[in-house]
Design a protein around this ligand. Structure first.
Ligand SMILES: Cc1cc2nc3c(=O)[nH]c(=O)nc-3n(C[C@H](O)[C@H](O)[C@H](O)COP(=O)(O)OP(=O)(O)OC[C@H]3O[C@@H](n4cnc5c(N)ncnc54)[C@H](O)[C@@H]3O)c2cc1C
Length: 410
């Protein structure tokens, strides 16, 4: 079947689903996106986008909207919880952009989502369509939606997040509760002067907790996240509000910068952090997973969405290059073989950081601080930020990817 005739259904219009749809269109495939929510929207919290993802987004045409709304911080600074003393610093800004060919950005999720939505024609996204069933047959897949409607596709891409309905077609597993909760908020930048003066990703590490803050929205606002042990709290929803006084109390005794940041937050969202164990397979002959549906990970390495963005382009390249001769099954196997080892490693790192970030002061913490300082330079990020999703297939000996061909324009 010519790739242009393939009927692709993408389930979910989060970062993964929207980037998959845009990448498929760029590769000459058409697709329809089905999203359960009645309207396309994202919460106002921030997100960090590393060069490995920004390179992809620029290649899809988002260079201008990102430059207009994101912030390009000068460094990632890791500091101690009590006196704010420096533990480690990674240079970002111009040096990072020169090293990896794309900048490190911090951006409001709603700005990213709006830019991604703008890549698709409005009739490509179907809202209010919750997928509740999937029957894969030899020649096609039948999808069932909560409103009773059915859709037949040649290929289904599950981009429906950590509680993916499509994933259940492949495996019966459960989300794993990390024991951690995160409070998040966005505050006016003039209430956090130390980040306005020096735009950076600021991380403070302390016993049982850590806090991160960075500017977003062209520097007008600051997004922060503060973790604490969750107690009995299990909800995963940004609309669940936390108590600003409660999070402030949980950070009692921390350095003045952390306290002034938390004092500036009038309202906070609260989220109980879950992930899932890695699974052996992400695909069948006609169904495949991307993003959190494939590899939900804890946010302690700030790479979940970055990996989803990489997935999208590798999948589109495999479909473009492998499908015409090998069929959908071969294209999906190529995608899975390219992506799984990498996302498994990032998933592992994200889990390990839960303990590493929260060590009590003592010998292990001193060793950790020394290691963070030793490995803070950009060369130690090359494996992560230098990854070129656009040419992953050709680099592995596959055909020349459609995205690799267009690299000069990225
Ligand atoms: C506190 C926190 C901070 C983070 N910070 C970062 C960061 O700085 N950098 C980074 O890269 N990552 C970060 N992440 C991770 C990142 O948010 C996720 O990895 C990313 O949003 C996953 O995108 P997704 O599209 O795969 O899933 P989702 O964002 O969950 O989107 C799934 C979509 O599918 C829809 N859907 C679900 N079920 C169905 C269904 N049955 N039918 C139809 N539609 C359905 C949902 O409504 C949703 O729109 C963070 C995560 C958290 C919790």
């Amino acid at each position: 079947m010519p790739t242009a005739d393939l009927r692709v259904a993408v389930i979910g219009a989060g970062v993964a689903g929207l980037v998959v749809a845009a990448a498929l269109r760029r590769a000459g495939l058409s697709c329809q996106v089905f999203e359960q929510a009645p309207r396309l929207a994202e919460v106002g919290a921030g997100i960090q986008l590393a060069p490995n993802a920004v390179r992809v987004l620029r290649g899809l045409g988002l260079a201008e909207p990102l430059a207009a709304t994101a912030v390009r911080p000068d460094e990632i600074r890791v500091s101690r919880w009590d006196d704010g003393d420096l533990i480690a610093s990674t240079a970002l800004g111009e040096r990072c952009e020169q090293t990896f060919g794309a900048p490190y950005y911090t951006v409001l999720r709603s700005d990213l989502h709006a830019a991604l939505s703008g890549l698709l024609p409005p009739d490509a996204v179907h809202l209010g369509r919750r997928c509740v069933g999937l029957a894969e047959r030899t020649d096609d897949v039948e999808l069932t939606f909560a409103d009773g409607r059915r859709v037949t596709a040649d290929l289904v891409v599950g981009a429906d997040g950590i509680h993916s309905a499509v994933r259940r077609h492949l495996v019966r597993d459960e989300a794993r509760f990390s024991g951690e909760t995160i409070y998040r908020g966005v505050i006016p930048a003039d209430r956090v002067p130390f980040l306005r003066a020096e735009p950076r990703v600021q991380l403070w590490l302390g016993p049982g907790r850590h806090c991160v803050a960075y500017p977003v929205a062209g520097g007008e606002r600051v997004s922060f996240g503060a973790t604490t042990p969750a107690g009995g709290w299990r909800a995963e929803s940004w609309s669940a509000t936390g108590d600003a006084a409660e999070v402030r109390a949980a950070y009692d005794g921390w350095c003045p910068d952390v306290l002034s940041l938390l004092d500036a937050a009038e309202s906070v969202g609260r989220w109980a952090l879950h992930d899932r164990d890695v699974i052996a397979r992400w695909s069948t002959e006609r169904t495949v997973l991307v993003g959190d549906a494939a590899h939900p990970m804890l946010p302690f390495f700030a790479q979940g969405a970055n990996q989803a963005i990489e997935d999208a382009v590798v999948l589109a390249t495999c479909l473009h290059d492998v499908l015409p001769t090998g069929g959908t099954g071969a294209a999906l196997r190529a995608y899975e073989a390219l992506r799984k080892p990498r996302t498994d490693a990032v998933h592992e790192k994200s889990r390990v950081n839960t303990d590493v970030f929260h060590l009590p002061d003592g010998a292990d913490q001193l060793r950790r601080d020394a290691e963070l300082a030793r490995y803070a330079d950009l060369e130690h990020r090359r494996w992560l930020w230098g990854y070129e999703a656009e040419s992953a297939l050709s680099a592995a000996g596959g055909q020349q990817g459609v995205f690799a061909m267009g690299r000069e324009s990225l």
